[in-house]
Design a protein around this ligand. Structure first.
Ligand SMILES: N[C@@H](CCC(=O)N[C@@H](CS)C(=O)NCC(=O)O)C(=O)O
Length: 218
């Protein structure tokens, strides 16, 4: 059997790429990766060859291509049912899926105002009514998950799972934009940033040469 290949964009900017990459690392699911630099002169041709949606991430496993982040996470769960992609407990699992899907479809103001950028510290930037409302809701959600399901570890459902993967890029943004958080949310952010995989991604992102100007605030 061949090793699955995860197609990703720049580690500095591509928040969606981090979302399947980090659980594969943390849960020790073997994979190779190929980085296609976003929007450079080869982007259109290179992405068209591998990704049906022409977006990253996508996962190529033998003859199968899986695209869209949530579909990739569900495929990992189907293929590795004991890896811990989702929590075991049915109520925790349903809540984790709710949180992950809320992240997938929501928090648009925060994402728009505070693009992921592993190279920068941008304290105070990106604060507006919409991003503040998103950050308030996110902290409420994180607190609820930690209180109801988090007693077994430092993550939303105790052990790291796909819901945490969905929030990993937001954690990166909250650190880069130096957003003040409540105690529970700050502890969660610290736990996520302490993951060796998170550090590996940020170190690689910071070393990349490519600049995507529309993701740069200055
Ligand atoms: N809904 C997609 C979003 C993926 C996405 O927007 N990826 C960005 C990079 S972070 C991308 O490939 N953009 C290229 C484009 O829009 O042409 C998912 O869940 O995977």
């Amino acid at each position: 059997m061949s090793t699955p290949l995860l197609i990703i964009g720049n580690k500095n900017y591509s928040s969606w790429s981090l979302r399947p990459w980090i659980p594969m690392k943390v849960l020790e699911i073997d994979f190779d990766e190929r980085l296609i630099p976003l929007f450079d002169e080869n982007w259109d041709a290179a992405i068209a060859e591998v990704s049906p949606s022409r977006k990253v991430p996508c996962l190529i496993d033998g003859g199968l291509t899986v695209w869209e982040t949530m579909a990739i996470l569900e495929y990992l769960n189907d293929k590795h049912p004991y890896a811990g992609v989702w929590p075991d407990d049915i109520a925790a699992r349903a809540t984790a899926r709710s949180a992950a899907n809320e992240m997938h479809g929501g928090f648009g103001a925060l994402r728009e105002a505070m693009p992921m950028n592993t190279r920068k510290q941008l304290p105070g930037r990106g604060i507006n009514d919409g991003s503040v409302a998103d950050i308030t809701r996110m902290q409420q959600l994180w607190n609820a998950c930690r209180t109801a399901h988090g007693s077994g570890g430092d993550f939303l459902f105790g052990a790291f799972c796909a819901a945490d993967a969905m929030f990993a890029p937001v954690v990166s943004r909250l650190v880069a934009y130096e957003v003040e958080l409540d105690e529970v949310s700050q502890a969660y952010v610290d736990a996520m940033m302490a993951l060796p995989a998170m550090q590996e991604w940020h170190t690689a992102g910071a070393a990349e040469p490519w600049i995507v100007s529309h993701d740069e605030l200055d």
